[in-house]
Design a protein around this ligand. Structure first.
Ligand code: ATP
Ligand code: MG
Length: 283
């Protein structure tokens, strides 16, 4: 049976379970053990610290894992990166004290940089021939410059408020990260098939995000014009109304273009427009 490793607690836990739930896979809360058999799919869920997920997947103890790209890149274990999951966005950035007049990467030559991500940083500096002194520390990296441990930091940034409250300025964005699905390289045939079924579900969930289902009443002679505005997946669905000369048109549309299209549809005579949430979209 396929086994997936997810974070036991922390920032990715809830959304990892949420994604599984949207895919119809329920992991019984309450009986939170290390391994739990899920319902709705032949799947075991292994709860781990995020640090351990890349190695567990590389070794094949778990076949799949949900973890931040930052951890995957830092640990460097051989895993297959299967898909981005659209949550847990953050970046790994270099930051210096506000008082520094930063003009470029040369600032870091010979300087001490504190980080929990020494491998990613070392790679970044080596590629740019910067010989900085990297100090590995776990946790509270942001206080390192203030207490004199380092001249700069390299850490996770999302809103930037932690940097601001510690008198630091973000100067270089090194890696953009989000939660990713990783897999053991060379999964055996049966598990590979199960993994692609799971990915099929995840993909339809991600694709349906930001999509809406719209329906409206439309004079029949406007069908061609309205179809150009609202092409839907293959084409919109047209159903007759009880009143002659009118029809109901249904289609899926991206949230971003929704309002602009609705205005144009109204302008050609559409009325009674309903916009509904879309749960899943299977192309
Ligand atoms: P664990 O106990 O599992 O080792 P952790 O403390 O290492 O947990 P969390 O703080 O729960 O990790 O973060 C997990 C992941 O969430 C990070 O590796 C990163 O990919 C992502 N993330 C998104 N935004 C942030 C943020 N603002 N700060 C830290 N991590 C973030
Ligand atoms: Mg961790």
């Amino acid at each position: 049976m396929l086994r997936i490793a997810i974070q036991a607690k922390g920032r990715l836990n809830e959304q990892s379970l949420g994604l599984l739930a949207e895919a119809g896979i329920v992991v019984a809360e309450g009986k939170r053990r290390l391994v739990v058999r899920a319902e709705g799919f032949p799947l075991e869920v292994l709860f781990l610290r995020d640090d351990d997920i890349p190695q567990t997947v590389a070794m094949g103890v778990a076949d799949l894992g949900i973890v931040g790209l930052n951890e995957v890149e830092e640990r460097g274990f051989p895993v297959e990166r299967l898909m981005n999951l659209g949550f847990g966005s953050c970046r790994l950035s270099l930051a210096v004290p506000d008082k520094v007049a930063y003009t470029g990467l040369d600032y870091f030559r010979g300087r001490r940089v504190a980080t929990s991500y020494p491998n990613i940083l070392q790679r970044y500096f080596s590629e740019r021939r910067i010989d900085a002194r990297i100090h590995r520390i776990e946790g509270s990296v942001e206080i390192a410059p203030a207490v004199g441990i380092s001249d700069a930091i390299f850490d996770i940034v999302s809103s930037g408020s932690t940097l601001i409250s510690n008198g630091l300025t973000e100067v270089e964005q090194v890696l953009h990260s989000e939660a990713v699905l990783i897999g053991t390289p060379d999964l055996e045939e049966g598990k590979r098939r199960e993994a692609s079924q799971l990915m099929f579900r995840f993909n339809s969930i991600l694709e349906s995000r930001g999509m809406k289902y719209v329906l409206m009443n439309l004079p029949e002679e406007k069908i061609a014009e309205a179809t150009a505005l609202l092409p839907g997946m293959r084409s919109p669905t047209i159903l007759p109304l009880a009143q002659k000369g009118w029809c109901s048109m249904h289609a899926v549309i991206g949230e971003k273009e929704l309002w602009e299209r609705i205005e144009r549809l109204k302008a050609i005579g559409a009325e009674g427009i309903l916009v509904l949430a879309l749960e899943n979209m299977i192309r």
